[in-house]
Design a protein around this ligand. Structure first.
Ligand SMILES: Nc1ncnc2c1ncn2[C@@H]1O[C@H](COP(=O)(O)OP(=O)(O)O)[C@@H](O)[C@H]1O
Ligand SMILES: CC(=O)OP(=O)(O)O
Ligand SMILES: [Mg+2]
Length: 414
């Protein structure tokens, strides 16, 4: 029997795994995800063919490693799943690692690359930690399966120097790798390829403003198929606010927030050295701080339950609108489309309509019926623009980071 590819997407609060066939393009065998690890009880979502279900997880899953092992076992023990029944059925494991530092492409894990990635952990303690914990586990427990890491930052290596450089002492900046990296690149790569194909344009001639807005949110300007700017920076904290992240603030705010801000946070461990300020701005801000919920579907409603919910919605619209305006100008107004993606971008018709209404001066217009309906299950890209006008298309793309990794893995093998 042919072997399969396992793609792992570990976030700060969720672990998603998908098994694919090793073919080009890969075919999904099974999809399993656990979310809410940081706000128990965690929930499991499992999908194999038409079989779909959701359940609360009773076991205590306190680490990304436990969560990954639980998901793997859940798939291996499914009696209806003959294609993946044990580790022996695996050929590759693809891991999404958010921060790849200066890595320009995916790398295979060995002692040397793992060491280099370890050195990046301090630059992205909240994001790389979970993924690397799982990479380490696979190396020890599944030593025969090749592990490949794919980096969110790699897509943004084309960002010009003047955009990626922070105006600080350049010796210090270079010595410490302090520059804009940008993230969600695995997702942007999937979206770019899917949208170019949808528009029937070569990738290298495609110009887009793409929003990946989920619990972490960012936006990217793509010119001639290359990232020329994005809202996240040295870390995923910069730019747009998110479920628990503040997004960009005046950096001096940190020094006025509390006297404790510069000290090590309680979540700091021997592997993860994070300060109280990083902890507050990454984990205790955003929608959670403003409204008490991290679930944007409770905020993006016609009649918000409180003024705070309305404010959170308005803040998000304001920040995104600012970036769309800026990126429209950076692309010289020559864009093929504005794309909504990520959990919020794909599901919130209200956010899409509000934003497009506020960007009318750029020639954007939305078809209310198409927008309210959103994309169908099998529809990767949907055009929700009004008429067949000359302005940029307004599109929704159902992004898929696990597929993107498996796709590149299968391509590099064949
Ligand atoms: N109908 C909806 N309207 C607005 N937001 C939604 C809707 N459905 C899901 N979301 C939001 O999408 C976010 C999750 O996005 P997703 O990209 O799937 O997650 P992650 O960033 O964890 O990968 C959550 O904040 C969730 O509340
Ligand atoms: C980079 C980033 O913010 O990732 P996520 O949205 O998965 O948290
Ligand atoms: Mg995500």
């Amino acid at each position: 029997m042919t072997k399969s590819i396992l793609a792992v997407n570990a976030g700060s609060s969720s672990v998603k795994i998908t098994f694919y066939t090793v073919e080009n393009p890969p075919r999904t065998i099974v999809d399993a995800a656990i979310s809410g690890i940081t706000a128990p009880p965690p929930t499991l979502k499992y999908q194999q063919g038409d079989k779909k279900h959701k359940e609360e997880v009773k076991e205590k899953l306190s680490t990304p490693q436990d969560t990954f092992k639980y998901l793997l076992q859940r798939c291996f023990s499914d009696p209806d799943l003959s294609e993946v029944a044990s580790v022996d059925d695996l050929e590759f494991i693809c891991h999404r690692v958010v921060h790849g530092g200066d890595y320009l492409d995916a790398v295979e894990i060995n002692d040397e690359t793992l060491d280099r990635l370890k050195g990046l952990e301090d630059l992205a303690p909240l994001h790389n930690f979970s993924a690397l914990e799982i990479v380490r586990l696979c190396k020890v427990e599944l030593p025969k399966v090749r592990s490949i890491t794919y980096f969110d930052s790699a897509f943004h290596q084309t960002i010009p120097e003047a955009v990626r450089t922070y105006p600080i002492n350049q010796e210090i900046a270079k010595a410490n790798g302090l520059r804009k990296y940008g993230f969600h690149g695995i997702s942007y790569s999937f979206i770019l390829r899917s949208v170019a194909q949808f528009l029937n344009k070569p990738i290298e001639k495609t110009n887009l403003v793409v929003m990946h807005i989920g619990s972490g949110a960012s936006i990217c300007a793509i010119k001639d198929g290359k990232s020329v700017d994005t809202s996240m920076g040295l870390t995923p904290l910069a730019g747009l606010p998110g479920a628990t992240r503040s997004g960009s603030i005046d950096p001096s705010l940190v020094f006025h927030y509390t006297n404790e801000a510069g000290k090590l946070s309680q979540s700091s461990t021997s592997e993860m050295h994070i300060s109280t300020a990083e902890d507050i701005l990454n984990k205790q801000s955003g929608w959670k701080a403003l409204t008490g919920t991290t679930d944007f579907s409770q905020i993006a409603v016609e009649n918000p339950p409180s003024k705070a919910h309305k404010l959170a919605f308005d803040i998000f619209v304001d920040r995104i609108q600012g970036y769309i305006g800026s990126y429209y100008v950076k692309l010289n107004g020559e864009l093929d489309g504005v794309v909504f993606a990520g959990g919020i971008g794909e599901k919130s018709a209200l956010l899409r309509r509000t934003l497009v209404d506020k960007c009318q001066c750029l020639g954007l217009a939305i078809d209310d019926v198409a927008n309210d309906k959103g994309p169908g299950d099998e529809e990767t890209v949907k055009d929700i623009s009004k008429g067949s006008g000359k302005g940029p298309r307004v599109l929704v793309c159902q992004t898929n980071e696990q597929f993107e990794m498996a796709y590149h893995c299968a391509c590099s093998r064949s």
